[in-house]
Design a protein around this ligand. Structure first.
Ligand code: HEM
Ligand code: SF4
Length: 566
C-alpha cells in the first residue's frame, strides 16, 4: 500500500500542529464557535447530538494492520470502545472530547492517517472497490489512480470552497462495487486495444433529497489527463453550481438543469485551454505511486495445498463453514487465494458497521497472519482480508469466529447498510439502528436467509441518504411527521452495473410495524419467485403492486390515519 513520502508526512504533521493551536484557542475562549466551526470541519470534527464525532479518512478503503491497531487504540483511549465504519470507507468515532482531538490526530499522523477533507464543501475521501487489485473480474487495479487523485485533490486550493461536498468513486472491474453512478464523479477505468489505461467519466450522480444516477460525459479519456479534465469539470461546477440554495447545490442539479450533453460541452470548452498544460500526470509520477501497489509475495500453485477444505472441517461444522465459503469468501485473481469478508452485521447485537476495540485488534492480528498485513473497508460497512491462501481459510474461520465476525450473511437480508440515524446524528428525522436491529432479530434464521438469496436492505435516518436507502432493493427512510418518527419504504433500488433508484411504495409506517411489513414483502417475493430468482428480478418482473398490496393489507388505515405520508 502507499507509504507517505516526506511531503505527505510534513503536510499532515503541520495540520496537526495547526489544529492543536485552534483547539487551544477555542478552549480558552479566544476563538468563538462560529470561527472555529469551519476549522474543525476541515479536520472532520462534527458536533453531534451527544458529543463531538470525528470522521477519519481511509483512502479508497485500504488499511494496514498497524493503522487498524491505531484506530482500535483510539477507540479505547478516547471513545467508548468501538468505531463505526461508514458507507464512504471512513471510520467515525462518536464520543470524542474536543480537548483530546489534537492528541488523536497526532496518533493518526504517526500511522499516516488524518481527517482532512472528511467534511466541508471540498473533494472528499475518494472511494473505490474494496477488492481493488485482487478481484477476479478486474480490468485495471484502480489504486494508483486513486492515490494520484488523492494527492492531487488534498488541499487543492481551487477546490476548497465548492458549492457543496464533492465525492469521487473509482472502479476498474467488470462489476461495479463502488456505486459509481451515485457519485458526483464516477471514474471507470479500462484498457484500450493498445493496452493503454483510459477512463470513462460519469458525472452528476448522487442520493440525498434528489437522487439521480450519473451520466456518461466523457469516454476513453487517457489516464494522464485526468487532472486537467477534472479541473475543467470542477471549474464548471464551481462557477455555475447553485450557491443560493443548499438543496440545489450538488453537481447533480447542475448536470440535470443543463442536460449531460451541454454540461459535457461546457467542460470540454474549459478543458480546451488547459488540456496540454502542466497539470497532467507524468509517467514518472505514476511510477512513483504505482510501485506501492505491486502484488505481494503470493505462493506459487505448487506451494499451495489443494486438499478439500470442507472435508477437512469437523463433521459438525461442515455446513456452517461451507456456508461461510459460499457467502463471505470471494474469488481472487491469483490461483490458490481468496478474499474474505468479515461481517460487521451480527444479528441484532450491535449497529451495522460497528467494530469494538477488541475486534479491531484481533482483526489486525489476523491481517498480519493471513493477509500480508492489509485490510479493506467495504461501502457495505464490512471488513475484508483480500489475500488469504485458500488452504488456510478453515484455520482463519476458526480464529475469526471468536470475534463474532463470521456470520455468513454477506449480501443477504441482514447484511444491512444503516447510517447512525437518530441515535447519534443531529440531522436525523428518525432512528435507524433500532430498525436494523429489529429486522435482524426477526430474520435470524440463517437457512431461511440463504434460501431468500441476495437482497440488499438499506436504512437512512433522513433524506440525506447516508445509509444508501435509494439503492437498496428494499430501502427504509426515516421521516418526521409532527414530531414523530415514521418510516417510508422504497423498493427496486439496486447498486452495481444495473444501478437503479428505488420507488416509494406509499404512506409511511410506524417503527413497530416495520419488521412485519418486511415479512409481508418477503413473503410476497417467496410466493411469486421462480426457482432461485433474486428479489430484484422478481420485483422487476412483477412491478410494485403485489408488494404494495401485501405491505398495506390491514395496515393502510393505521398509517394514513396518522397522516404519515412523507
Ligand atoms: C453523523 C454525521 C453526518 C452528517 C452531518 C452527514 C451529512 C450529510 C448530508 C447533509 C448529506 C446530504 C448531501 C446531499 O445533499 O446529497 C449526506 C449524504 C451522505 N452521507 Fe452523510 N452525514 C453524516 C454521517 C454519515 C455517515 C455515518 C455516513 C456513512 C455511513 C455518511 C455517508 C453519506 C453518503 C454516502 C451520502 C450520500 C451522498 C450522495 O451520494 O449524494 N454520512 N450526509
Ligand atoms: S442519513 Fe441523515 S440521519 Fe443518517 S447519518 Fe446521514 S444525515 Fe444523519
Amino acid at each position: 500500500m502507499y507509504k507517505y513520502d516526506y511531503i505527505d508526512q510534513t503536510l499532515v504533521n503541520e495540520r496537526v500542529t495547526q489544529f492543536k493551536d485552534q483547539v487551544q484557542r477555542r478552549i480558552d475562549g479566544s476563538l468563538p464557535e462560529e470561527e472555529f466551526r469551519p476549522l474543525r470541519l476541515q479536520n472532520g470534527l462534527y458536533h453531534q447530538r451527544h458529543a463531538y464525532m470525528l470522521r477519519v479518512a481511509i483512502p479508497y478503503g485500504l488499511l494496514s494492520s498497524e493503522q487498524l491497531r491505531t484506530l482500535a487504540n483510539i477507540s479505547e483511549k478516547y471513545d467508548r470502545g468501538y468505531g463505526h465504519f461508514t458507507t464512504r470507507q471512513n471510520i467515525q468515532f462518536n464520543w470524542i472530547k474536543l480537548e483530546e482531538t489534537p492528541a488523536i490526530l497526532a496518533d493518526l499522523a504517526k500511522v499516516q492517517m488524518h481527517a482532512i477533507q472528511t467534511s466541508g464543501n471540498c473533494i472528499r475521501n475518494i472511494t473505490s472497490d474494496a477488492f481493488a487489485g485482487v478481484a477476479a473480474d478486474e480490468y485495471v487495479d484502480p489504486r494508483p489512480v486513486c492515490e494520484l487523485l488523492r494527492q492531487w485533490s488534498t488541499l487543492h486550493p481551487e477546490f476548497a470552497f465548492l458549492p457543496r461536498k464533492f465525492k469521487f468513486a473509482v472502479c476498474g472491474a467488470k462489476e461495479d462495487r463502488t456505486i459509481l453512478l451515485c457519485h458526483d464523479v464516477g471514474i471507470s477505468l479500462k484498457k484500450n486495444t493498445n493496452g493503454e489505461l483510459i477512463a470513462d467519466i460519469y458525472a452528476g450522480g448522487g442520493m440525498g433529497r434528489t437522487p439521480i444516477l450519473g451520466s456518461l460525459i466523457k469516454e476513453s479519456l487517457p489516464w494522464n489527463v485526468l487532472p486537467s479534465y477534472l479541473t475543467a469539470l470542477l471549474r464548471v461546477y464551481n462557477r455555475f453550481g447553485r450557491r443560493d440554495n443548499i438543496y440545489k447545490a450538488r453537481i447533480k442539479i447542475l448536470v440535470k438543469a443543463l442536460g449531460p450533453e451541454e454540461f459535457a460541452r461546457q467542460v470540454e470548452g474549459e478543458w480546451a485551454s488547459i488540456k496540454d498544460g502542466d497539470d497532467n500526470f507524468q509517467q514518472s509520477e505514476w511510477d512513483r505511486v504505482a510501485k506501492h501497489f505491486t502484488k505481494p509475495a503470493y505462493k506459487t500453485a505448487e506451494q499451495i495445498s489443494t486438499e478439500d477444505l470442507v472435508q477437512s472441517a469437523l463433521e459438525n461444522e461442515r455446513a456452517a463453514f461451507a456456508r461461510w465459503l459460499e457467502r463471505n469468501v470471494k474469488a481472487h485473481q491469483v490461483p490458490g487465494y481468496a478474499s474474505v469478508i468479515f461481517s460487521l452485521k451480527p444479528h441484532g447485537s450491535v449497529a451495522p458497521g460497528d467494530a469494538t476495540t477488541e475486534q479491531m485488534l484481533a482483526i489486525a492480528d489476523l491481517a498480519d497472519q493471513y493477509s500480508f498485513s492489509e485490510l479493506r473497508v467495504t461501502h457495505e460497512q464490512n471488513l475484508v482480508l483480500a489475500d488469504v491462501e485458500q488452504a488456510r481459510l478453515l484455520e482463519l474461520w476458526h480464529k475469526a469466529k471468536a470475534q463474532n465476525v463470521v456470520l455468513p450473511n454477506i449480501g443477504l437480508l441482514t447484511d444491512i447498510i444503516a447510517c447512525p440515524g437518530g441515535d447519534f446524528c443531529s440531522l436525523a428525522n428518525a432512528k435507524s439502528l433500532p430498525i436494523a436491529k429489529a429486522i435482524q432479530e426477526r430474520f435470524d434464521d440463517l437457512d431461511y436467509l440463504h434460501d431468500l438469496g441476495e437482497i440488499s436492505l438499506n436504512i437512512s435516518g433522513c433524506i440525506n441518504s447516508c445509509g444508501h436507502h435509494h439503492v437498496g432493493n428494499i430501502g427504509v427512510l426515516g421521516v418526521d411527521k409532527d414530531g414523530q418518527e415514521w418510516y417510508q419504504i422504497t423498493l427496486g433500488g439496486e447498486q452495481g452495473n444495473h444501478a437503479a433508484i428505488g420507488k416509494v411504495i406509499g404512506p409511511s409506517f410506524g417503527a413497530e410495524q416495520i419488521p412485519d411489513v418486511m415479512a409481508d414483502i418477503i413473503d410476497t417475493f417467496v410466493k411469486h419467485r421462480t426457482a432461485d430468482e433474486p428479489f430484484i428480478e422478481t420485483y422487476r418482473r412483477l412491478g410494485v403492486t403485489p408488494f404494495k398490496e401485501a405491505a398495506y393489507l390491514n395496515r393502510s388505515k393505521e398509517s394514513s390515519a396518522a397522516g404519515a405520508t412523507a
